[in-house]
Design a protein around this ligand. Structure first.
Ligand SMILES: Nc1ncnc2c1ncn2[C@@H]1O[C@H](COP(=O)(O)OP(=O)(O)O)[C@@H](O)[C@H]1O
Ligand SMILES: [Mg+2]
Length: 328
């Protein structure tokens, strides 16, 4: 059976205009995601993960200076859609997003139920209130919340429950792709684990395609089929999760892996000294090179993307076109 590519992003750029110059938040990012798979996007804070999500959903602030590339979704280049068509046919109905800190963005003076049916009624003028309520009950079940909580106000729910409610809201339209921006980072460990189980269940039962944004590579491992590592606005590695967790390639990815505590090994945790460069006039060469222990002469030039075996991609001069390590 041929694999269906749901999302094919090519040379995506999103730059913001500021007084000090242009912020290259998403710089020439390309990747493909198969239907039914989960892609985890990982990397330190400020590396452009949220900006990548916003670029895909066309949720753009006013101060954009560059927004280009192509986004083929389900066979169509949605970058070419007008804003109106994008709003009508793509955002929420086909690609839904659970924004960062969304559990705190529910309207405090509105019952959960009313907040959940609102987008359904707005997007489909023929939908009856009864049908919308049925669907909302259904998605509440899917995320494992008791349906009598629908009549409650947000403050009557715990943080973890509110987070599930926002996920239910995103699922209500039965979207093909759901983008979750740091869905569990504000939750305690147990609630995080429960949420990951809910997402796993949804993934398996409904074959939903997810993009899971997280700065926590441990959380990512729960759900991810593919891993994308962002560094300073660029996607420096893209790999299947199995392959990544046993053999990450980019020196930055390896450092991220070494910073995750594991139950099995009693290893010394590493942290990555230094910080990512400014995204205004970032270095000409490899953006990671200033922090990289493996840097050599070539790193003063901008690395191109190398395809490795298993279809993994890495942006690092240590690997040549054949995927062989040249300077490790
Ligand atoms: N509207 C904006 N205007 C200017 N800079 C922005 C804007 N939004 C985000 N940025 C900058 O873009 C970079 C990437 O941010 P973001 O995508 O939020 O990273 P992450 O989600 O990985 O933490 C950061 O340097 C951030 O300050
Ligand atoms: Mg973010």
């Amino acid at each position: 059976m041929s694999k269906k590519i749901l999302l094919d992003v090519k040379n995506l750029k999103l730059y913001f205009r500021t007084r000090s110059g242009s912020v290259q938040a998403v710089d020439d990012v390309s990747f493909r995601l198969e239907a039914g798979k989960t892609l985890a996007v990982v990397g330190e804070s400020g590396c452009g993960k949220t900006s990548l999500a916003k670029a895909i959903l066309r949720l753009l602030p006013r101060n954009i200076s560059t927004y280009s590339g192509s986004i083929i979704f389900d066979g169509e280049d949605i970058m070419k859609y007008s804003d109106e068509k994008f709003r009508r046919e793509i955002r929420w109905s086909n690609i839904a997003m659970v924004p960062q800190a969304s559990m705190n963005s529910l309207n405090p003076v509105m019952r959960i139920e009313d907040q959940l049916i609102e987008p359904l009624l707005l997007h489909d003028r023929h939908m009856s209130k009864k049908k919308a309520l049925d669907r909302v009950n259904e998605v509440f079940n899917i995320v494992g919340l008791p349906t009598d909580f629908l009549r409650r106000y947000p403050f009557e729910l715990s943080g973890g429950m509110r987070q599930r409610a926002t996920i239910a809201m995103a699922l209500a339209s039965n979207p093909k792709l759901v983008v979750l921006d740091e869905p569990s980072s504000a939750l305690d460990l147990l609630t995080q684990a429960n949420l990951m189980n809910v997402l796993k269940k949804i993934k398996h039962e409904f074959n939903t395609t997810f993009i899971l944004i997280t700065h926590d590579i441990g959380t990512a491992s729960e759900l991810a089929d593919e891993i994308a590592v962002m560094y300073a606005g660029e996607m420096v590695e893209f790999s299947s999760a199995d392959y990544f967790y046993t053999d990450a390639h980019h020196p930055y990815s390896r450092k991220l892996m070494a910073s995750v505590p594991t139950l099995r090994e009693d290893k010394e945790l590493q942290f990555i000294p230094g910080q990512p460069p400014s995204l205004i006039n970032p270095p000409q060469g490899c953006r990671y090179s200033a922090r990289c222990e493996k840097r050599f002469e070539k790193c003063s030039m901008h690395p191109k993307t190398t395809e490795l075996e298993h279809g993994a991609q890495v942006k690092c001069w240590l690997y040549d076109e054949t995927g062989e390590v040249k300077h490790a």
